[in-house]
Design a protein around this ligand. Structure first.
Ligand code: BTN
Length: 266
């Protein structure tokens, strides 16, 4: 095990979570291929809503669009949440939004660092990626069967080897110069997510769109989106109720983009 002054102690975390939805079925592995993979397998076997899979290290971390999620072990936060919400499939994006906003709040209150959301679900600081969220879900005849929300948040990663990474990456350590207690950050993120999740389930969804827009890195700006084989340019206007990005192209037409990678044009 690499030396770390800040190991994640699952029993302590579970105790501190107390009566939380996320304390009931808390799964911890020092090393695993992917927390999303395990959470999905557990979901298929009937694991309950609120199951958490947390790890110190992933050997095959998954990113969006079939990419890998690269993270050294024992320094970052890597976890997945299993939810069984009573939502329509086209509302699942809201949960990604809520997790992104919870992570922003937890990072801000624990470290003072402000971050922004780059559509669809990355956290950015100073034009570099601080965190990514991978949402996977299954639907059955009645609606959403389960949702897996997986997040990788770069915390105490000393980015001396950053040049080996294909895209600009940052960490809380790289931004603040300070080590962050990962347990505290993790618990804050879960607490914030839980209270917002309950709001969403009670139907209070609108405020999260406003908050998402307030924290957006791209809205109002010129962007280029790679979506499939297409490169689309325009001004980012808003996200709609399904989380699709609405842009205005150079001809003045609105276009609705459901997935893709955004880069900012200046
Ligand atoms: C992305 O930006 O492409 C999404 C990255 C999501 C990474 C997290 S790390 C924890 C969870 N387990 C995985 O295999 N992936 C997600």
């Amino acid at each position: 095990m690499p030396s770390t002054g800040d190991p994640l102690e699952p029993q302590t975390i579970q105790n501190e979570l107390g009566q939380s939805l996320f304390a009931k079925n808390f799964v911890f592995h020092k090393s695993i291929d992917s927390t999303n993979r395990l959470a999905k397998d557990l979901a298929v076997k009937g694991a309950p809503e609120g199951t958490v899979v947390l790890t110190e290290e992933q050997t095959m971390g998954r990113g969006r669009r079939g990419r890998k999620w690269i993270s050294p072990g024992y320094v970052n936060l890597l976890f997945s949440l299993l939810l069984r919400p009573n939502l329509n499939p086209d509302q699942v994006f809201i949960l990604t939004m809520v997790l992104a906003l919870s992570a922003i709040d937890a990072v801000k209150t624990t470290t003072g660092l402000s971050s922004q959301i780059k559509w669809p679900n990355d956290l950015y600081v100073a034009r570099k990626k601080l965190a990514g969220i991978l949402t996977e879900f299954s639907i059955d005849g009645t609606g959403v069967e389960y949702v897996i929300l997986g997040i990788g948040l770069n915390v105490n990663w000393d980015l001396g080897d950053e040049k080996e990474l294909s895209s600009p990456v940052t960490s809380i350590l790289a931004q603040t110069g300070l080590q962050t207690p990962r347990k505290e950050l993790f618990i804050k993120c879960l607490r914030c997510f839980e209270s917002d999740y309950l709001e969403v389930l009670s139907g209070k969804i609108k405020p999260f769109y406003k908050k998402w827009n307030d924290h957006s890195l791209i809205l109002g700006r010129e962007v280029e989106i790679e979506s499939g084989d297409e490169k689309i340019r325009g001004q980012a206007l808003r996200i709609d109720q399904q989380g699709a990005l609405i842009i205005q192209d150079p001809q003045g037409h609105s276009r609705r983009i459901v997935s893709g990678d955004v880069s900012l044009k200046f």
